[in-house]
Structure formats: C-alpha cells, structure tokens
Design a protein around this ligand. Sequence first.
Ligand code: EPU
Length: 434
Amino acid sequence: MDKFVIRGGNPLLGTVRVSGAKNAALPAMAAALLTEEPVILENIPQVRDIETTRKLLAAMGADVELGYGRAHHRTTICCRNLASPEASYELVKTMRASTLVLGPLLARCGRARVSLPGGCAIGARPIDLHIKGLEKLGATITQEHGYVEASAKRLRGAEIVFDKITVTGTEDLLMAATLADGETLLRNCAREPEVADLAGLLNKMGARIEGAGTSTIRVRGVSALSGAKHRIIPDRIEAGTFIIAGALTGGDLNVAGCEPRHLDSILQKLTEVGVKIAHNGDSVRVFGDGDWKASDMVTEEYPGFPTDMQAQYMVLATQAKGSSVITENIFENRFMHALELVRMGASIKVEGHRALVRGKTPLSAAAVLASDLRASASLVIAALVADGETIIDRVYHIDRGYEHIEEKLRGVGAQIRRIGEMLPKKVAAPLVRA
Ligand code: EPU
C-alpha cells in the first residue's frame, strides 16, 4: 500500500491546473450505456474510479478506450454489444457510484442486475430512492443474494418526487427517463453542476431534458439515443482543495482551469474566514497572511457548502482564531479525519453530526491514516502546514479521485513523495559449515 511522506512548511507558489470532475465523469461514462453509438468524453481525470468504471463497462461487453499520450484525458466508449447487463459485487464494493449503471441498463436492455453497495466509511448510503424511482417508471425490482434485479419491457414516464435530495439518484433516474415512453417529471432533484453536465451530454445524444440544475427536471422520452462528444466540467472539489492548501501554506497560488461559478459557496465561506481570493476568468488566485478568524460552517446540498469540502475546511478551522462549529448534514459518519487531525495537534470535539474546532493550534507531523477520499485530502493539507514529516497511510483512497495530486503539489513547491510499502527482504539463513 502506498504512503505519502510530506514535509510541511513550504508555501505553495505558482499555478496548479484542475482536472475534469470525477463526479461528472462517472455518470457520463454510464450514459454511454444508453446508445449503440460511440460516446467520446474529453477532460476525463486519470483517477482510480474512472479505471473501475472502465472495468465495469468492459465486463458488460462495452468497448472502452482510455486515451493515452496526448489524448490521455479522452475516452471513447461504445456499448453496441452489451452481452451481460450486470454490475458485480467485486466492482460495486470498490466504488458505490457503480450503481449509476442501474437506470441506463434497464432503459436500454430492459433488465439489469446490480450488486447492492453495502456499508461505507462515511455513512449508510442506501439506494432506496433509486429503486423507488425506477419502480415509479414501471420497473419490477427484486432484491436477492445482495443484488438488485430489475426488469421492464419499456419504462413509462411518471412524476417522481425524491423524498431526499440525492445526486446519483437524480442522475440514475434522469438517464432512465430519457428512453422511457412519455414524459417524466422529477421533483426535489439535486442541483449540483454534475447533474447539469450529465443532462448536457444526454441532450447532445438526442435526449429532451429541461430544467437540469434546478430542482424540477422535465424529460420527454425518445425511442433511441445517438453517440456524442462532450467535455467534462472542471472538478470543483479538487479546485477547492487546492485553494485551501494555497491559503494555509501562506503561498500565492493560482488555481487554473476551474469554473469559479461552481465555487461560490466555498469562496464565500473562505472570504468570511479572511482568506484573500481573486478570480479572473477560469482561475482563482489565493494568497494569505495567516490571519484567519473562526466561522461556523454547515454542509448542504448544492448550492450550499459541499460535504466533499468539509474535511478540508476543518483543517482551515484549526488554523483560524476562535471556535468554529462544523455541522455535517449530508452523511452521518463523515468526521473520521477529525481524530487524525487531533493526533496532529488540533483541538476538535465531535458530538453527533457537529464538530467543535478550537483554533489556532500549531500542527505537528505524525503518522496518520486516510479513511476516505476527502479525509485523505484534508490530511495532505494538514501535513503541508505541520511542523516536520507526516506519513499518510492508505493513500489509495486519494488516488480514487485526485489526479496525480503529489505531482501537482510538487509542481507548486510542496515537499511530498509517494512511497510503496517496503517489505523487509527475506534473508537466507547463513550456511554453517563445520
Ligand atoms: N440517500 C438515501 N437514499 C438514496 C440515496 C441517498 O437515503 O437512495 C441519502 C444518503 O445516504 C445521504 C444523502 O441521501 O445521506 C445524500 O446522498 P447522495 O445520494 O446525494 O450521495 P451520492 O449520490 O451517493 C454523491 C457524490 C459524493 C458526494 C455526495 C453528496 C458521486 C459519484 N458521489 O454521492 O461524492 O459526497 O453526492 O454531495 O457523485 C466524493 O466524491 O468523495 C463523494 C463521496
């Protein structure tokens, strides 16, 4: 298992470029299941979850070409022959977003068999709302042996009101509805930019979707979709992670290739804390003097402050003067990083879905454990400002969603190195001669 060794104290200086959004790329790849024709996706990040999705689609019979050389951020997916509309436990257990194939498979093939994802480090994360919605569209769904089995001759348009806002649930149902017979009205939808990006791709493929990006989406079903070419939006969470890292290290960092509109709630909160930010076109420049003041933060669905930035914000709160209350409203167990940050010298008390952070406390290097993707990012940020050399174990979590993070950070002055697990060599017993 790889580890990161990070020596703190260097300001981040220069320009770092943001990759395509993992959480927009995953549903876009699943959307290719809806057509026999090739779908070309650009700005695909080279991260582990994309490779997992390639394996998932390939196991069903799809041709998935991940680009290389100068085209390494392009992927072409052709799902002409789908021999087996199934997502196995082996893949779903490594990536919950695999359940995004349920809606498109059902719409295209009339049946789907998808493993239930099971537990997760950050919360229970059931998929009951995906299932309920598909049933509303006329699917027959059974659950057996850990799998969801769904079938429908042709899905029928319906009105679906989500009991709770769900990002991949909205995306799954949106994809299914594109090939349904008649009109579907989705209410209480997720408004994340990733949902709007998916709808943009689907419309290029011939779907008739209106309102994506708002809480009501109208889909008029069509009988078939065609191939299309689409560029994935920039990753707002990667951008936000670099912005906090730039501020905390007291650097002068230009985060390029992002979409500042998608960062509104993040930039607003950071400005409240006293982080100095300027944006120009597709770049956000962050520079800091370390004089931050505590500010409470509550995670919410978009356009609120994203849960995927909560762990990174917590590191900033440890370096701000005063007490900040951080409330996690989306997932029930997303504070695993807090205990690791305490080991690095932070003062954090977690009570239920609230964490009280008292700052400012100096951080000191320690051996820490990454528990999920965004928790890992927060530990990297903490290590960049800690005194000494931090070792972060289980960085495979960060590889799921951050493209070459250590190379990007090194490029702007961080001291960060990846090391593989070093096992002691088996030494042969010395020959004893008489
Ligand atoms: N929920 C249900 N039933 C459902 C679906 C969701 O109760 O059928 C609950 C969840 O348990 C959670 C809440 O609704 O409490 C919101 O979950 P949501 O479905 O929106 O999360 P998701 O779609 O599984 C996506 C992102 C996550 C991100 C969340 C929230 C992708 C692939 N994943 O997950 O990203 O945290 O939305 O914004 O888009 C990450 O990138 O690190 C990550 C975890």
